[in-house]
Design a protein around this ligand. Structure first.
Ligand SMILES: Cc1cc2nc3c(=O)[nH]c(=O)nc-3n(C[C@H](O)[C@H](O)[C@H](O)COP(=O)(O)O)c2cc1C
Ligand SMILES: C=C(O[C@@H]1CC(C(=O)O)=C[C@@H](OP(=O)(O)O)[C@H]1O)C(=O)O
Length: 390
């Protein structure tokens, strides 16, 4: 499966086209809207999220609540668009307005895509960069992820994301009974954190950063249960599924690193404390005594839960801005800011779920039969049986 997205942050809408989604998948707008609403929540968001109430329109590929196997097009409108029609160059502007409306953004923000994007595409007005580099685009990536989750759910594969760290405040590893419980608890948390003891401190850290005109980042974690063993491949670099997931997580705006299981901690431990001993029993087939490698060996799933974490840097737009240079005058300046998030780590945990779900659903569809959900379900069932008795 593959997908494209289109749309500017302050344009009329965001669009995604999903290609290769098998036929026979139950899919409603509600399935997608639930995920879109989750992405909009979280302590630390700016005023934009009060303007938007993201709702999807399924404009193709679905009839009577089931996918057809044809491309699925999803659209989410920007409520904010109506305030930007002149600036975005759609509504005609009068002579008096022209100077104001056409004023170029010539002051790049350190840490955002402004300067490099302007140099690359030759834009003297950096709005032409920021409109697309904005994480507003993650709205439709979450919509695509909602479809992927729906595919995974048909085969009993569950995905949950949550926040492990914000602004240096670390949550204890989540002690949950079931993935549903993890999801339920983090869903109620304003910072999507399982550890209630640190939740308030995280919120305080976000408020303090905002008060100081600053921003903070953090670490999100996605856990997936129920993947069959042997999905992905060791035979070629671009078929390694952990690598695809890493790229997908790194592609989320402001993400700077990815790890699986013990991750970077593995560098500091001997092999006996890193590798997971292999067990076998009649009921479960092959399992591992521990899951320190986070569900992957040789670019393939082990059948153990996938545990992947991503690091989000602090938001680049600062109310107390860093030094930069005006590209028109080449003079240093201190910019004034209209609005921005001060922390979007909770929202990013929902985006991370979506991009991980997409990679897993794609790998499953590719490996177990591409056309019909029923065929894939049958093939996965057979694979699970075969692997158990292998
Ligand atoms: C959910 C989410 C919300 C974001 N909100 C903002 C924001 O309000 N202001 C901002 O400057 N950057 C924000 N970012 C980060 C920028 O989009 C990102 O830093 C920018 O696109 C540059 O890309 P890079 O950081 O990956 O290099 C947000 C990121 C995410 C995932
Ligand atoms: C709109 C969203 O996030 C935006 C991501 C973003 C950025 O620079 O990445 C900048 C802000 O946009 P604006 O300047 O319009 O307030 C955020 O609000 C969203 O997540 O839906």
């Amino acid at each position: 499966m593959r997908y494209l997205t289109a749309g500017e942050s302050h344009g009329p809408q965001l669009t995604t086209i999903l290609e290769g989604v098998p036929a026979g998948l139950p899919l409603t707008a509600e399935d997608v809207n639930t995920e879109l609403a989750r992405r909009q929540k979280g302590h630390g968001r700016g005023r934009r999220m009060q303007i938007e109430t993201d709702q999807v329109e399924i404009v193709s590929g679905v009839r009577h609540g089931y996918t057809l196997g044809s491309p699925i097009a999803l659209v989410v409108e920007n409520n904010d668009w109506k305030h930007w029609t002149k600036i975005m160059g759609i509504e005609p502007i009068s002579e008096e307005e022209a100077e104001d409306v056409k004023r170029k953004i010539s002051r790049p923000r350190p840490g955002h895509a402004d300067l490099n994007g302007a140099i690359k595409y030759g834009h003297r007005d950096m709005r032409n960069v920021l409109e697309r580099s904005s994480a507003r685009e993650t709205t439709v990536r979450v919509a695509a992820g909602a479809v992927a989750k729906q595919i995974l759910a048909q085969f009993g594969i569950k995905v949950a994301g949550h926040v492990r760290e914000i602004g240096g405040i670390k949550a204890n590893p989540p002690a949950y009974e079931t993935l549903e419980q993890l999801q339920e608890v983090t869903e109620r948390s304003p910072v999507r954190c399982f550890d209630a003891a640190v939740e308030k401190d995280m919120m305080q850290a976000i408020d303090d950063a905002k008060e100081a005109g600053d921003s903070i980042g953090g670490i999100v974690e996605v856990i997936v249960e129920g993947m069959p063993a042997g999905v992905g491949s060791y035979v070629h670099y671009d078929r390694k599924l952990d690598a695809k997931i890493a790229a997908a997580v790194m592609s989320i705006n402001a993400f700077k690193g990815v790890e699986f299981g013990l991750g970077f901690e593995a560098a500091r431990k001997p092999g006996s404390e890193v590798h997971d001993e292999i067990l076998w029993d009649e009921k479960n087939g092959y399992t591992r005594r521990t899951n320190r490698l986070g569900g992957f060996e040789g670019g393939m799933t082990t059948g153990m839960p996938i545990v992947v974490r991503g690091v989000m840097k602090p938001i680049p737009t600062l109310y107390k801005p860093l030094k930069s240079v005006d590209v028109e005058t080449k003079e240093p300046f201190e910019a004034s800011i209209e609005r921005s998030d001060s922390c979007a780590v909770p929202a990013a945990s929902v985006v991370a779920e979506a991009v991980v779900a997409w990679e897993l659903a794609s790998a499953i569809v590719e490996q177990f039969g591409q056309d019909q959900i029923e065929t894939i379900a049958e093939n996965i069932k057979q694979m699970r049986e075969y692997a158990r008795g292998f």
